[in-house]
Design a protein around this ligand. Structure first.
Ligand code: BES
Ligand code: MN
Ligand code: ZN
Length: 484
């Protein structure tokens, strides 16, 4: 992670200087103050022939070989998310530099932490498996100084920012990890190490899954040489209360080959990230612990590898869920909803959480509907849904609400069991959600986030470089922190 230093008196040599300007600024004054009279002359003369004004989208990079300086225009008023984008864009200009000094306008004195967060998220990379590190391929940035020649930058929000950045990096690392390294037990062992933060971590091993309420998860994972497990993580930030305010249930399929309904070659790609929901859930708890958030929250991670083998579960098998509902299996590639069904019942019945949110790379159909721009939101509670939608907008991890109703539930009628686990050809995301709903205890407020379309970026975008996004961490933290 980058070291951020505020209001340093002396920053030494070889520091890239960035001046952030808005149209509210006295541009000449700020340039003279920041660069000093001598250098300011160079900057003014460069400005004469270049297209720069102190506005959003304008920037000017001057590099004479001995010193690099940047003028960066921003809007007068910026939302928290826009400030993160400013940080992201600036960080792109600094990858090859060791140190940078950023002079911010007064409107940002109290908001540098958001800029820092933007830089951290944007500069994330998953590079641990390169055996040689060519230094110029990788980001070099070590130290960023924030200051203002007109006043003082305030030390607000940096602890929260560091926890968020750390949590998102942790989540992305888990999601980027290949499936030969991150098996269900490795995942569990990694989560166990978080106990140092005050989290309680209980691992329910494969042999105990059926008796402890996870027979469907067991069935999904039974074909693999890497056995399934469930991991229960608890953060009791509010010691005055016994109950859980919130439980997150995360789909953790460390590899989804489809099982006996084996996926085709192109559809297998990306399936090491089918555990993104579980990674997001545990990362949120990590952040709650790091920030000592006053809330009681649990995460239920349902971890398994969905593989074909002589021991695999099969189409038209009938399984008894942890809740006691019998389920007719029709396609072993619809494994996520089975694993989640037991997780949802565990969270709402055993943990007795009043609110349960599951997060899962559940259906290809949601990616057809919403692309890479939105995750699908389903909920049985309008107030919960609108809070989540709002948190999505604020965090930049956007949700779009999709329908959940009796008509979809009816599509799951089976001739041989209480339910079948897939609907027909149409409304695949809604029938999946309708299936999940049957495993949520009555009166529990529940939301389901289908993140299948948004967990990986082929190209990368600001704040979300190539690879895993771990979509949902910022959204869910924002949601939790906004609860009163
Ligand atoms: N993990 C997949 C969903 C998925 C697809 C995630 C593409 C990310 C990208 C899920 O387990 C799955 O295979 N779903 C099937 C369900 C179908 C068999 C009813 C699907 O969406 O095709
Ligand atoms: Mn599948
Ligand atoms: Zn899957």
């Amino acid at each position: 992670m980058i070291e951020f230093v505020l209001n340093a008196q002396n920053v030494g040599k070889d520091v890239t200087k960035i001046l952030i300007l808005s149209s509210k600024d006295d541009v000449s004054l700020r340039i003279e103050n920041f660069f000093g009279k001598q250098k300011a002359k160079d900057v003014f003369s460069a400005l004469k022939n270049r297209d720069f004004s102190p506005k959003k989208g304008k920037k000017l990079v001057l590099d004479d070989g001995s010193e690099k300086v940047i003028l960066f225009g921003v809007a007068d008023k910026l939302s928290d998310l826009e400030i993160q984008y400013v940080g992201a864009e600036i960080s792109d200009l600094l990858k090859k530099d060791l140190k940078a000094l950023i002079d911010v306008p007064q409107s940002l004195w109290a908001k540098c932490a958001l800029m820092a967060l933007g830089m951290e998220l944007n500069l994330y990379s998953f590079d641990k498996y390169f055996t040689t590190k060519k230094s110029d391929d990788f980001c070099q940035l070590e130290t960023v100084y924030f200051s203002s020649t007109l006043g003082e930058v305030k030390n607000v929000g940096f602890d929260k920012m560091r926890a968020l950045a750390n949590g998102v990096r942790y989540g992305r690392d888990l999601c980027n990890e290949p499936s030969n390294k991150l098996t269900p037990s490795e995942f569990g062992a990694d989560v166990k190490r978080l106990e140092y933060l005050g989290l309680e971590v209980e691992i329910i091993p494969s042999e105990k899954l059926r008796e402890q309420g996870f027979p469907l998860l067991y069935a999904v994972g039974q074909a693999s040489v890497n056995p399934p497990c469930a991991v229960i993580v608890k953060w009791k930030g509010n010691k005055d209360k016994k109950d859980f305010d919130l439980a997150l249930v995360g789909k953790g399929i460390t590899y989804d080959a489809g099982g006996i309904n084996l996926k085709s070659a192109p559809n297998l790609l990306g399936m090491h990230r089918d555990m993104s929901g579980a990674a997001v859930a545990v990362s949120v708890l990590k952040i709650l612990a790091m920030t000592k958030t006053k809330v009681n929250a649990a995460a239920v991670l349902v971890l398994a590898e969905n593989m074909p083998s002589g021991n695999a579960y099969k189409p038209q098998d009938i399984l008894l869920s942890g809740k006691g509902i019998s389920v007719e299996i029709l396609n072993t590639d619809a494994e996520g909803r089975l694993a989640l069904a037991d997780g949802l019942w565990f969270a709402s019945d055993k943990l007795k959480s009043k609110t349960v949110i599951d997060i899962a790379t559940l259906t290809g159909a949601v990616a057809f509907a919403l692309g890479e721009e939105f995750a699908g939101l389903f909920s049985n509670d309008d107030a919960l849904a609108s809070k989540l939608l709002k948190a999505g907008e604020n965090s930049g991890e956007n949700l779009w609400r999709l329908p959940l109703c009796e008509a979809f539930a009816k599509m799951l009628k089976s001739d041989v069991a209480d339910v079948k686990h897939i609907g027909g050809k149409f409304a695949g995301s809604s029938t999946a959600a309708a299936f999940l709903q049957k495993f949520v205890k009555d009166k529990v407020k529940w939301a389901h986030l289908d993140i299948a379309g948004v967990v990986g970026r082929e190209r990368g975008r600001p704040l979300e470089p190539k690879g895993a996004t771990a979509f949902g961490i910022r959204l869910l933290c924002e949601f939790i922190w906004s609860l009163k």
